[in-house]
Each structure stands twice: as structure tokens, then as C-alpha cells.
Design a binder for this molecule. Sequence first.
Ligand code: SF4
Length: 277
Amino acid sequence: MDSPARPQIEAWLRYFDDLGLSPFYLDRAATELPPVEPAPASQPVASRTALLAAASPSTAPPPPRAPDAMLPVVPSLFDAAPRIEGDSLARIREDIGDCKRCRLCEARNTIVFGDGSASAQLVFVGEGPGHDEDVQGLPFVGRAGKLLTQMIEAMGLRREDVYICNIVKCRPPGNRQPERDEVATCSPFLDRQLAVIHPKVIVCLGNVAAQTLLGTNKSISQFRGQWFDFRGAKLLATYHPAFLLRTPSAKSEVWTDLKKVMAELGLKPPKPKPRAG
Ligand code: SF4
């Protein structure tokens, strides 16, 4: 290829190679989202494709982005990312290294990779690390994290039974939402984590996680508690624990969602401990 664009294209390919996604362009056309599984009437499952189609009809160009929209409505390049042979959480962490691929590296103390079981059936995906997470290098360890731990235990699980991670691995300054380009730069690592863990259920905590994984600009309130098919896993979005700290009245909705997850995983709530005395 002899084109002025060649250096730029080569730079991009080196970048994708750096992310461990070098074979993506070979399988792009052949890779399809997994078929939608038939759903029981009580638990309707929508496909990611259906949600995308609703947001952006395939016969028309993508709609203009709403002024406050921060995430793309079109599927990302990484929708087609094939599973990398021999990939592991350790290799992904190694590939991240002392990452400076986006501006979030500038103010972070620690890269918060993720925590929990590498063979978890249930993965929680949040937005990004906050102050406590940035200091400790672990996801969901602040006030919102303690609430998430309580939620996990109410489901009859321990934190170490599940895997917890975020869309971006470095704390956005001032706890702002991550920008679209930061999400696009960092989320391929999450894609790889999910491919390696291969959970049965993914729970997105909050708008950013849900919009990123489902590739939509719709507000979480429009699809909270619904099942979606996500690359062979079932995905459900619910409110972020930080939102519940501000809006305790929403806890009952989240518990309703988590009970659906428990049913999917065949979990029963733990028996209440007998009171002392
Ligand atoms: S947020 Fe992700 S892409 Fe950006 S610097 Fe941190 S690890 Fe790298």
C-alpha cells in the first residue's frame, strides 16, 4: 500500500497489537453477536443487536449524538474482537503495564485492574475507580463498595466468589464520568477480561457500564432489570451502589434485579442468622 495514510494506519495497527487485538480485522466480517436465546415469558431477553437497532436503524445513518450523550450508539470496533488464544487475566494485566494510553493516567495513583474469582459465574462491572479504589488498587472498596459487598452477601455469595471490575481502570479526576475516548481506549481490556472469565451473568452497575457494554445511549432507566444476551452471557443492568447511597428508595428496585440474577444462577438467599440470646 502506497498512501499518505499508511503511517497513520500502521500506527493504529501497532496500537491494537499493543492491546492484544491484532487479529481483529481478519474476523470482523465473520463475527456475529451470539443468537438471542429463547426467553421464558417472565424473563424477556433482548439482544444487544435489537437494542442497537432501536437506537440506530441499520437502514439509516447513525443519528446525531445528543448534546449530553457521551457514548457511541454504534457498535465499537471491539464488538468483533475474537477471543485471544491463551489469554489470561495475568496476561491482560501485563499488557496494561504502566498504562499511559489515555489521559486518565495523569492523575491516578494506581491502576485498578479488577478483583475476584477468575472463574466467577457472576461479574459486576462498574464505571471507574473512585478515591478509595485509587489508593488501594482494588475496585469497590469505598462506601459504595461496602454497599455492593452487602448486596453480594445478601445474594448468598462472598466477594471472592464473584469478579468485580470497571469500564476504565484509572480514576477520573474529581470522580467525573469517563469521557468517550477514555472509555474507548480502556474498554478493550475489559472485553478481554470478560472473555477470559466467561461468566454466566454480567451485572452492569450504572449508566456508563450499561451503555458501554450494550453500545447504546439510552438511559439505564429504560432497560434496567431486563436481560440481554452478551457474547454468550446474560447481561442485566441495575443502579450503581453510589446512586443507592444518594437514593435509598431505589434499593428495592435493585434487590428485585438481583433476585433475577439469583434465580438465573440458582441461588437462594442465606438463612437469617439466629439472634444471640
Ligand atoms: S484508564 Fe485504561 S487506558 Fe486509560 S491510562 Fe488507565 S489503564 Fe490505560
